[in-house]
Design a protein around this ligand. Structure first.
Ligand SMILES: [Zn+2]
Length: 276
């Protein structure tokens, strides 16, 4: 995918939609173009917005997220990357609506077996400008499988997601981002994914939304953690009702507390075509 310029410029304390994005849309590929078109649809001058786009590749950052790895993304104070795992689900459109309302771009790590059955929803994600990462086919604990079985599950997942996205099965992901179910990886699988140019995402901050709680409790928990950490890759689960119910409030909280959303995308094909 082409690198995308920031969606918003802050001038005099106010946010303005970058209208020049329309021109960029004409020159880019179909997917990037539709993403850019969606960005121009942002009619909310008070939106949180997306402050900048960060290109990521496996050559410089093969694994990111301090909950699992030594390294993470180069984020400044009060910068966050929004990530959602385990979708798509019935609650996903509500999350997409909230993100669209705030012109905020996120990354969805899809479960292939559900993605393949909901191509319209996956295409909406792409059209809204979000990055589409991969989260296996079966959401099994890949660490407990043989290497060959684990790779087969990863590839089937990618192929399912790509079928939903582009109508064509391929184990070469459009966006080479992967997150292990339960963050359970092995050194062999990490090396394998790195050799294929696939970035493995952990997280810096958990919403812990696998624990049942009210949307209010969920909001309180994640904002308190963020106030302490001040930045990072945040992990949510869009299939969780409590998350879908609080995400609009969370995005407003980010805006009102001067946090900035960073959208992660794959480094452009030309840049990533370096010898490994
Ligand atoms: Zn998961």
């Amino acid at each position: 995918m082409q690198p995308l310029p920031p969606l918003f410029a802050r001038l005099g304390g106010r946010r303005f939609v970058a209208r020049w994005f329309t021109a960029a849309a004409i020159a880019t590929s179909a997917i990037a173009g539709s993403a850019a078109s969606a960005a121009t649809d942002c009619q909310n001058p008070d939106a949180l917005g997306t402050a900048r786009v960060l290109e990521v590749d496996a050559a410089s950052t093969p694994q990111v997220g301090t909950k699992s790895f030594a390294q993470t993304l180069p984020l400044a104070d009060k910068e966050v990357v929004l990530t959602f795992d385990d979708g798509p689900a019935a609650t996903t459109p509500k999350v997409l609506d909230a993100l669209r309302q705030q012109c905020a771009r996120a990354t969805f790590f899809l479960v292939g077996s559900t993605a393949v059955a909901q191509p319209k929803l996956i295409r909406r994600m792409a059209a809204d400008g979000h990055s589409i990462g991969h989260h296996s086919w079966s959401h099994s604990d890949l660490k407990k499988m043989s290497f060959a079985e684990a790779v087969a599950d990863i590839d089937r997942g990618i192929a399912g997601d790509e079928t939903a996205l582009n109508g064509k099965a391929s184990s070469t992901p459009t966006t080479p981002f992967f997150r292990f179910p339960y963050f359970d990886s092995t050194p062999e699988l990490l090396a394998h994914l790195q050799s294929r140019g696939i970035v493995v995402f952990g997280a810096d901050l958990w919403a812990s939304d696998w624990n049942p709680m009210t949307p209010q409790q969920q909001l309180k928990l994640v904002t308190e953690r963020l106030e302490k950490a001040r930045k990072g890759i945040i992990l949510f689960h869009d299939p969780r009702t409590q998350t879908a119910a609080m995400i609009a409030d969370f995005l407003r909280w980010l805006r009102d507390n001067d946090y900035r959303v960073v959208h992660v995308v794959a480094r452009s094909a030309a840049a990533s075509a370096q010898p490994r």
